[in-house]
Design a protein around this ligand. Structure first.
Ligand code: AMP
Ligand code: MG
Length: 418
């Protein structure tokens, strides 16, 4: 089933807004984006990283039958106080090899972890607590009825919703789906994210740059992020500052990707062709976001496909991708909007921050558990991205931070990569 395309005006901002606060930008994305990927039914074992299209119910209970939680001896509980002596029935119950018979009243049966409890046994005494001799076992009571056993359905009952729609299937989810007898799941097809770099100055890795060129750092960075997020990375290459070439590349990209990430040319200058072209579609919104590093983010719809026009500066492109594109991708892919988990930690730096925009500092945790900030806030310092393990997020207001003051640290793992 193919969901409807996004509306052309879904990135529209209220008129008269100049600097959009990050929270407002998030709220608009959340309100206006929806899943754009079709659904398909596939084997659970092939579904890692996919988003569920429907709630999934258990096909059988987990565990399906009452069984032993330990290696020991099963009998009809409870056992009273003091020394208990029980004759052993012949045979045993093991995982996958049930005892075929009934444990007689007053008898015990050798039982191993995971074995179904045979009729006549509802309690297990741990083998380490038992002496077994001459066809009898002895142990000290008391022992409650049901001790050391797992009841049928104690984890999940048959027919219960195990996972709701929009859950992303990680290792853990695959385990519970398999355990509850679910064979196939209805999931969304992987979101295809096209990545395109723009700029006359760019030279791609593998070629020799002239003195006036710089290497295209954004494309490998963004393609890697997209892949780490488990989406389908589509390399749309690089185009110069040429409107016709860019138009042709966006046309091609819209046929191959569900969402396009461009970098460069997103402001309102002469060579800012991404924003200019998106403007021609009538769908563009040049979002001047009150964020550092970042600011211009050109959002638009090209032939039905959402385009995130990132700033060219690699540090700004990186931060804007984490803060805006990643949560948006999750929604487009069939998941829920996600707020990255941050932690309050002491600052290992001092800083005076002006009001008016939210700031993200390249940061990492030092051995004392405090957040260090990269020595330079210069947004051209790509080396700071490699140095960092996360971002410190400073709220929109003014702030004077002294070492030891608490700040919000968001590790890159909270953004779904490391
Ligand atoms: P722009 O947003 O196109 O004005 O670019 C802003 C800055 O980022 C300029 O200094 C560009 O040279 C630089 N830049 C743009 N795209 C890339 C890229 N793909 N890799 C590295 N730097 C870039
Ligand atoms: Mg440029």
């Amino acid at each position: 089933m193919q969901p409807p395309r996004l509306k052309n005006d879904c990135f529209a901002l209220p008129p008269g807004v100049h600097w959009t606060p990050v929270d407002q930008a998030h709220a608009r994305l959340r309100a206006n984006l929806h899943c754009v990927t079709a659904t398909e039914t596939i084997r659970v074992t092939a579904a890692e990283g996919r988003f569920l299209a429907t709630d999934v119910r258990a096909v059988r209970a987990s565990p399906p039958a009452a069984n032993s939680a330990v290696d020991g001896y099963g009998f009809a509980g409870p056992a009273g106080d003091g020394v208990q002596i029980l004759p052993l029935a012949s045979g045993r119950a093991a995982a996958g090899v049930p005892f075929d018979g009934r444990v007689g009243a007053g008898q015990a049966l050798r039982i191993l972890t995971g074995a179904s409890l045979p009729p006549g046994a509802d309690t297990v005494v741990l083998q380490e607590d038992v002496t077994a001799e001459d066809g009898r076992i002895a142990f000290h009571g008391p022992l409650k009825r049901g001790a050391n056993t797992r009841a049928a359905g104690e984890d999940v009952v048959d027919g219960a919703v195990v996972l709701p729609a929009r859950t992303r299937l990680r290792a853990q989810e695959l385990a519970i789906l398999a355990a509850t007898g679910v064979q196939d799941v209805s999931v969304h097809r992987p979101l295809r994210v096209g990545v395109l770099s723009t700029g006359n100055e760019l030279c791609e890795v593998g070629k020799t740059a002239t003195a006036s060129q710089i290497y295209d750092a954004n494309r490998p960075m963004l393609l890697s992020l997209v892949e780490r997020w488990g989406f389908g990375a589509v390399d749309l290459g690089h185009v110069g500052d040429d409107r016709d070439a860019l138009r042709a590349r966006l046309d091609a990209g819209a046929g191959k990707a569900d969402v396009i990430l461009t970098s460069g040319g997103a402001s309102a200058g002469d060579e800012d062709h991404v924003s200019a072209l998106l403007g021609e579609t009538g769908s563009v919104e040049l979002w001047r976001i009150a964020i550092k590093p970042g600011r211009p983010l050109a959002l638009g719809i090209w032939q039905g496909v959402p385009v995130f026009g990132l700033p060219g500066n690699p540090v700004a492109a990186f931060v804007c991708t984490l803060i805006f594109a990643e949560p948006a991708f999750r929604v487009l892919a069939g998941g829920d909007w996600r707020v990255p988990q941050g932690f309050q930690v002491p600052a290992a730096f001092a800083k005076t921050k002006k009001p008016g925009r939210r700031e993200y500092l390249r940061a990492r945790i030092n051995p004392d558990g405090a957040a260090e900030a990269f020595r330079s806030e210069g947004s051209g310092r790509i080396s700071g991205l490699a140095w960092a393990d996360g971002l410190v997020e400073l709220d929109d207001g003014a702030r004077k931070i002294a070492p030891g003051d608490m700040v919000r640290y968001i590790p890159f793992t909270s953004f779904g990569f490391d």
